[in-house]
Ligand binder design. Structure first.
Ligand SMILES: [Zn+2]
Ligand SMILES: [Zn+2]
Length: 350
């Protein structure tokens, strides 16, 4: 039996590198060799057990993390039609049953048997030498898109969904809350969507600088300036058309409602891990805004791959650190320490 190296999460707090049998692809399945895998804040919340969906029992242990990966096709199961050995690929974030009506309509997140890759219900992810995927959940990586950018398709796709759900239109003013990977990518994608001005909020100057270097118009360091002062300074007005909430801060979520013009929209793409204690529903109703939830990236891989292939989106600017796979057992437990400069860690495999 062939084996592979896997970084396995046996239980919250117990992450170990080990050898496991290499999966054998069944009908319509593809075994992929992982080249790059991104380390996500969600991975950290699963590792610590703090994520709401770990507490509710939706993550089944042992499991393999890693939902942001790129690689090549290593082995084909019977009847695979769309891929051949050596093809460069990226994988979807979830696997549906493939047979129910929702799966047939492409709405696999609604599938009652859905398994998310490396997160909820744990389809084994990319913290491993190989990942097994049904071919219906694989995408070809265009020649012009590097493996680095390939591993950043998933966060870019989630960011794009947040921009679409905020209904960003040409000429709009947009505020993005939070300067993590999703926030920075959402700000960039809001610009690409035609926003006239985009500002980003955060607490670390180096991360805000990365966003500005990617073409974002203004930055608000909320350690030094109030949100309202920052919005007035950058937009010359107290309110904006759209806000994308990617900070995970319940305070910024609450404050966002007072900063959106009547008829505008708020999209929420972060996880909060704790419920909001008090929410002024009347303020929300009077605001005449739309609030939209962004749980993932459904349908956004193809446009993101197109933007990357055309050179309009280079997500690698958010990569602040690279390490071999084995090192993640040290890096993940300390993800929140010394995180002032850190935006995205990419793990590199041979
Ligand atoms: Zn992620
Ligand atoms: Zn299904």
């Amino acid at each position: 039996m062939k084996t592979m190296k896997v970084v396995r999460l046996l239980a919250p707090g117990n992450l170990k590198m080990m050898d496991m049998p290499r999966p054998v692809p069944g009908p319509h399945q593809v075994l992929c060799k992982v080249k790059r895998v991104g380390v996500c804040g969600t991975d950290y919340s699963i590792y610590t057990g703090e994520a709401s969906f770990v507490k509710s029992g939706a993550v089944h242990f042992p499991m393999t993390l890693g939902h942001e990966w790129s690689g090549t096709v290593a082995e084909l199961g019977p009847d695979v039609a769309q891929f051949k050995v050596g093809d460069r690929v990226v994988g979807d974030t979830g696997v549906g049953c493939g047979y129910c009506t929702d799966c047939m309509l492409g709405q696999w997140p609604k599938c009652t048997k859905m398994q998310a890759v490396g997160t909820v219900f744990a389809w084994d992810g990319g913290y491993a030498e190989y990942v097994l995927m049904p071919e219906r959940h694989l995408f070809h990586l265009p020649d012009a898109v590097s493996f680095d950018n390939g591993a950043l398709v998933e966060p870019s796709a989630t960011a794009l969904y947040s921009v679409k759900k905020a209904q960003v239109q040409i000429g709009d003013t947009v505020l993005v809350q939070g300067s993590g990977p999703i926030g920075i990518l959402a700000a960039r994608l809001a610009k690409l969507s035609g926003a006239s001005k985009v500002a980003i909020t955060g607490r670390k100057d180096s991360k805000l600088k990365t966003a500005v270097d990617m073409g974002i118009d203004g930055a608000i360091n909320t350690q030094r300036e109030s949100l309202l002062d920052g919005v007035r300074r950058i937009f010359g007005a107290p309110k904006v058309d759209r806000i994308i909430e990617a900070s995970g801060s319940t305070e910024l979520f609450r404050e966002s409602f007072g900063l959106i013009k009547s008829g505008g929209a708020l999209s929420v793409v972060a996880f909060y891990d704790k419920p909001l204690k008090e929410f002024d529903i009347d303020q929300f109703v009077f605001s005449d805004i739309i609030m939209a939830a962004v749980p993932g990236s459904l349908g956004m891989f193809p446009p993101v791959l197109n933007l990357m292939a055309s050179g309009m989106l280079d997500a690698t600017k958010i990569v602040t650190e690279r390490a071999p796979l084995a090192k993640v057992t040290e890096l993940l437990p300390k993800l929140k320490e010394n995180a002032d400069q850190r935006i995205k860690i990419l793990l590199e495999l041979e």
